[in-house]
Design a protein around this ligand. Structure first.
Ligand SMILES: [Zn+2]
Length: 179
């Protein structure tokens, strides 16, 4: 590869990263990451109103599909607009796919046009924990199931009233239980 060719391919690579990085950022609006409002993860395990569910990676692999495992146990992200839960408009409860803990009510679901299921608050603050996630080189607030520590998605402060929060959640991390 001569120098010019090298420069050109370098520029293309840069463009590629700018485009893919840009789409992730605009979809999840990373720059407006919410500062942890309900810092439930700091609760001691014996303060929680439920027993923690703790399994080894091998045990999780046995009970989850490969995609559920990748998202919930390895901080994965499903492709936008891929989950059938995005379009659920029925009344009911979204529970953790790993441990069945209720996470979000259909009452707080809204259409964020991001391609991910979005809610303005958890069903109970204590059920959803928060952690700082610096994996994209910027601080975002990761949200997890407080019973089994499953990765669910992220929370941002550009949501609708009454909380102004947007919980951007992977549908793969949840099951919908119709009321
Ligand atoms: Zn869970």
């Amino acid at each position: 590869m001569d120098r010019r060719e090298f420069l050109r391919s370098g520029t293309m690579l840069g463009t590629f990263f700018a485009v893919t990085g840009g789409s992730i950022i605009s979809a999840c609006n990373a720059q407006t990451a919410a500062v942890g409002k309900t810092n439930d993860i700091s609760l001691k395990n014996d303060d929680l109103p439920f027993e923690k569910v703790i399994k080894t990676d091998a045990e999780w692999k046995k009970v989850l599909t490969p995609e559920q495992y990748r998202i919930t146990r390895q901080q994965g992200t499903e492709p936008p607009y891929s989950s059938p839960l995005n379009d659920v408009k029925a009344k009911g409860t979204f529970v953790c796919v790993c441990c069945d803990l209720p996470l979000f009510s259909s009452k707080t679901k809204f259409n964020s046009h991001t391609g991910w299921a979005s809610f303005y608050e958890p069903i109970k603050a204590v059920n959803v924990g928060e952690k700082v996630d610096k994996s994209l080189g910027i601080a975002r607030t990761e949200v997890i199931c407080n019973r089994c520590d499953a990765h669910l998605g992220h929370v941002f402060d550009d949501g609708p009233e009454p909380t102004g929060l947007r919980y951007c959640i992977n549908g793969v991390a949840m099951k919908f239980i119709k009321a």
